[in-house]
Ligand binder design. Structure first.
Ligand SMILES: Cc1cc2nc3c(=O)[nH]c(=O)nc-3n(C[C@H](O)[C@H](O)[C@H](O)COP(=O)(O)O)c2cc1C
Length: 316
């Protein structure tokens, strides 16, 4: 999720639910090919099991990007065919490519030659008035024949004109049945569902029909949901306490601050860790105090340490 699930968030997500699969936000293939490769190294440093999501439509550049990615520690390349933003459309990538399955198929073919890690596609159920099941079927059929066997489907269509990306995640109605039908028709493919999934019960229901579920906003806004997922689906693994998670984040924050990273980029994700708990307001105030540089980063780390030390018993 662009602007949200950066490497600092993903570091925290790994502490909350170490067995879930995480993805980078979308990165344009041009950025990978034409900018400094260091981006790829820093993007998943301290991480494991990270899929990198890229956007592009030029076979040569997509192949080159895949080849560069294969030098780093990513375990999947996901191609974004779902983003409806005007900026992305102007580059003729994202959701608009749903109507050009041959281009996507060609990209899959050339990229598969460059990497051993799996390729996947994240897409919608349709775009604009191209929203019948046959349109979706043709897209999946063509790209699956090119070698993609993992699809993540945001279960609503994208509107490419006059609707903001935000409204594009709200206005087109959700249609889970269409994704279930896809899985029936393509039993051999790994089909994951996405869109408005907000509870363990909902995930369990989807698992009766599809192979996986991707969670966006609810996981980002509620760290306890990530812990619920870890506990429910990987119950053999012991959860870390809030105290342990915050402590680990402080060690990480110190390392990052030493390397010149602004501590705010890390603490902004920690706000939600005490959502609904005693002292949540004080916690938010402490974390917010660094936002306008009214406190030195190392003093902030010490203040957070003092805060959690006094509440060790509560932070279970
Ligand atoms: C702020 C924001 C940024 C997003 N960035 C991306 C992105 O980079 N790549 C992507 O595939 N989806 C992106 N999405 C879409 C989500 O991955 C997801 O498909 C969508 O929000 C629906 O799922 P949800 O209801 O679980 O959030 C973004 C969503 C939000 C809210």
């Amino acid at each position: 999720m662009m602007g949200h699930t950066d490497r600092h968030f993903r570091f925290m997500a790994n502490l909350l639910a170490k067995d879930i699969k995480l993805y980078t936000p979308m990165i344009h293939a041009d950025t990978i090919v034409f900018s400094e490769n260091q981006l790829l190294e820093t993007e998943n440093i301290n991480q494991k099991d990270v899929g990198i999501q890229i956007a592009g439509n030029n076979t040569e550049i997509m192949a080159k990007a895949a080849s560069i990615i294969s030098n780093y520690n990513y375990d999947e390349i996901n191609i974004n065919i779902g983003c409806p933003s005007e900026r992305v459309q102007n580059c003729e990538v994202g959701a608009a490519l749903m109507s050009k399955p041959s281009i996507v198929a060609d990209c899959i073919k050339v990229m598969s030659k460059e990497v051993d890690i799996p390729l996947s596609i994240k897409t919608r159920i349709g775009i604009d008035d191209q929203d019948d099941y046959e349109f979706l079927f043709r897209f999946i059929d063509k790209t699956a024949n090119a070698g993609c066997n993992h699809f993540i489907i945001h279960a609503r269509k994208a509107l490419l004109q006059g609707v903001s990306p935000k409204d594009n995640r709200r206005i087109p109605p959700i249609d889970y049945e269409r994704v279930y039908r896809l899985k029936k028709d393509f039993a051999e493919l790994f089909i994951e569902i996405n869109g408005e999934i907000n509870s363990i019960e909902e995930i369990e229901t989807h698992f009766k029909f599809v192979d996986g579920a991707m969670i966006g906003r609810h996981a980002f806004k509620n760290s306890s949901f990530l812990q619920d997922i870890q506990e429910h689906f990987y119950s053999d693994k012991k959860l870390l306490s809030k105290y342990e998670i915050i402590n680990a984040m402080l060690i990480y924050a110190k390392e990052q601050t030493d390397q010149g990273i602004s501590i705010h980029l890390i603490t902004r994700h920690m706000n939600q860790l005490l959502k609904g708990s005693n002292g949540a307001r004080k916690w938010r105030n402490i974390l917010g105090s660094n936002q306008h540089k009214s406190i030195d980063s190392y003093d902030l780390i010490q203040e957070i340490k003092d805060f959690i030390r006094d509440r060790k018993e509560e932070l279970v």
